[in-house]
Design a protein around this ligand. Sequence first.
Ligand SMILES: [Zn+2]
Length: 394
Amino acid sequence: MRKISASYIFPISSKPLKHGIIVVSDKGEILDIIDTNGELRETGSIEYYNGILVPGFVNAHCHLELSYMKGLIDKADGLPDFLWQLSQKRRALPGNINEIIKSADDELKFEGIVAVGDISNDDYSFEIKKNSLIYYHTFVEVYWPSSNRANEVFSKAERLFRNLEDLNLPASIVPHTPYSVSPVLFEMVNRHANKHKKIFSIHNQETKSENELFKKHSGAVCDLFEKIGADMSEIKATGLSSLQSVIDYFPTYQNILLIHNIYTEQNDIDFAKSRLKKIYWVLCPNSNLIIENRLPDLNMLVQNNLDMAIGTDSYSSNTKLSILEEIKTISNHYPLLPLEMLLKWATLNGAKALDIENKFGSLKKGKQPGINLITNIDFENMKLTKESKVKKLV
Ligand SMILES: [Zn+2]
């Protein structure tokens, strides 16, 4: 058993405690959270840290298997350019892919991340996930914009899904984006989601031309796919945004993770809320800056009181797999957003999105959420600084 205290504890599910104490078992279970009313007296048996204590981070969007693409692209001129560069520079799978994925898994752990929503297009990462201390929910992702390959693509996804079930790893089959999945393939995904009642995820409005494709059947996304030999004729112009055009393929009552949301507008939010019950708006700010050099309109998202969560995306568009670095970027661009709110996105909301809040996401009696220490805090303004660092304590 350990008793751990710090300048502040942010339990997330309750108010921050100055000099509070967390009592934690050797197995990492929270036994008690003690409010000292700011006065720490008994110090002998207590580990004390200068900084804040928070629950383990939840990374709601990652692609572990793309870790081998680290450093391949350092800047893009928007998503279509990024995807084009990827298609040109994509190396053959390296022989040491397992080692590379293992070291990404180690980095996630080192960064205080305890649970990950991870996209997979293949099975390279499954054994590592199976043996990891991190909880993984795998989103087996399908894409191809014309229906000629729908059966082949979906059969492969079903095989990967069954492999994951055999390994006892939580999994779903999900679409890549609105623009890269044919209506026939969307139907297959929808039927599977409704049958298995699993969490659903999709990359949403990461680039402006995604909306343009559905509004006018033109733009850079459309051009890109035609350039790589895909027939885009089945993706019809609807006059609506991409999200609104495909939302009826999403399961209504399950958790829906919408990833990126850079070009999401108020009418998309209203529309999504009217159709879906449990939406999590996942932000990957560092990836967004590398690919689109732009962040979502966070003021608008916050004003709508949405459930937001945080992801790192993959090494193909990020230099680190660190949730702290993601919320530092948000704090830097949106300094008025309170730290407590950002921490909630980085912990409890991600845990809710992945349906694991019974164990993760907040410092609460009975949970085993992990405990992180964040140092170099600006206590006067209660903000993260450029120098803020995370250390996994439990
Ligand atoms: Zn992604």
